[in-house]
Design a protein around this ligand. Structure first.
Ligand code: NAI
Length: 251
C-alpha cells in the first residue's frame, strides 16, 4: 500500500462518485470522503432534486442527477469524469431500494426493480467505467451490501438476494480489477437509522435494533467511516472483502 502524502487529507487530489447520495448513508459517505480531501460527485435520481443539490453544496462537490439503472448511466459518468477530471479514483455504489413483501406475494415488479437498482446497476456501472478506461489505477470500488445479503431477512427475498449478489460481485471482480491496480470491497451494514429503515413497521424496527450487539440501530457515519477506510490509499492491499458494520457479530 501507499501511505497518503497527507495523513490529514488522505484523499486529496482524488475524485469520488457516490451514488444514492442525496440522503441517508450516501450523503454521510459523501461528507466523510470530502472531509478526507476528495472531490465528490454526488449522484442520485433526478427526482431527488433539491436534496441532491444540498448534499453537493455541503461537500463542495458536484451534483450529478442520474438514475443508476439507465442504460447510459455508466457511459455518461465515464464521459463526465474523463472530461472534467481525467478519470475517477473512487466509486461507491450506495444507491439502493427495498420493495418488501412476503415471498408468497413477491411479484415480478418488486423482484426486478430491486435486483436492477441494487445488483445490476453496481455491476454495469463498474463495467462501463472500466470499458471507458475511466477508473484509474490505484482506485477503489466500494459496494454497499447488507447483512440481509448474508443472513437473509423475512419479507426481503428480493433485497437479500440482490445484496448477496453484491457479495458475489466483490468475489468475482477482485482478481479482475486487481490486474488494473483497483480494489473492490463491500460494507454490509446491519440496521442503520435512515429514511429507508424508518419506513419499516415499528415492531420489526425494534427487532432490527435488538439484533445488534449494540442494542441499538447504527448511524450513517458507522458505515461511512468503513467506506472511507477502503477509499484510503493506505488500504490498497485490501481487496475482495465484505465488512459487517454495526455489531451483527452473530450473523
Ligand atoms: P435511503 O433510502 O435513505 O437512500 C437511498 C438513496 O438512493 C436515495 O437518495 C434514493 O433516491 C437513491 N436511489 C434509489 N434508487 C436510485 C436509482 N435508481 N438511481 C440513483 N439513486 C437511487 O437508504 P439508506 O438507508 O441510506 O441506504 C443506502 C444503502 O445502504 C442502500 O444500498 C441500502 O440498501 C443499504 N443498506 C441500508 C441499511 C439500513 O439499515 N439503512 C442496512 C444495510 C444496507
Amino acid at each position: 500500500a501507499t501511505a497518503p502524502a497527507n495523513w490529514d487529507k488522505p484523499l486529496e487530489g482524488k475524485v469520488a462518485v457516490v451514488t444514492g447520495a442525496a440522503r441517508g448513508i450516501g450523503a454521510t459517505i459523501a461528507e466523510v470522503l470530502a472531509r478526507d480531501g476528495a472531490h465528490v460527485i454526488v449522484a442520485d435520481i433526478p427526482a431527488a432534486g433539491e436534496a441532491l443539490s444540498k448534499t453537493a453544496n455541503k461537500v463542495n462537490g458536484t451534483a450529478f442527477p442520474i438514475d443508476v439503472t439507465a442504460d447510459d448511466a455508466g457511459t455518461k459518468l465515464a464521459e463526465h469524469v474523463k472530461e472534467r477530471h481525467g478519470g475517477l479514483d473512487i466509486i461507491v455504489n450506495n444507491a439502493g431500494i427495498t420493495r418488501d413483501k412476503l415471498l408468497a406475494n413477491m411479484d415480478a415488479g418488486r423482484w426486478d426493480s430491486v435486483i436492477s437498482v441494487n445488483l445490476i446497476a453496481p455491476q454495469k456501472l463498474v463495467d462501463d467505467l472500466v470499458a471507458a478506461d475511466a477508473l484509474k489505477s490505484g482506485g477503489a470500488v466500494i459496494d454497499v451490501s447488507s447483512i440481509a445479503g448474508i443472513a437473509g431477512n423475512r419479507g426481503q427475498t428480493n433485497y437479500g438476494t440482490s445484496k448477496a449478489g453484491v457479495v458475489g460481485l466483490v468475489d468475482a471482480y477482485a482478481p479482475v480489477l486487481a490486474e488494473k491496480g483497483i480494489t473492490i470491497n463491500a460494507v454490509a451494514p446491519g440496521f442503520i437509522e435512515t429514511a429507508m429503515t424508518a419506513a419499516i413497521p415499528l415492531a420489526t424496527r425494534e427487532a432490527g435494533r435488538l439484533m445488534s450487539s449494540l442494542q441499538q440501530g447504527g448511524q450513517t457515519v458507522d458505515v461511512a467511516e468503513t467506506v472511507a477506510y477502503f477509499a484510503n490509499p493506505a488500504s490498497s492491499a485490501v481487496t475482495g472483502n465484505v465488512v459487517r458494520v454495526c455489531g451483527q457479530a452473530l450473523l
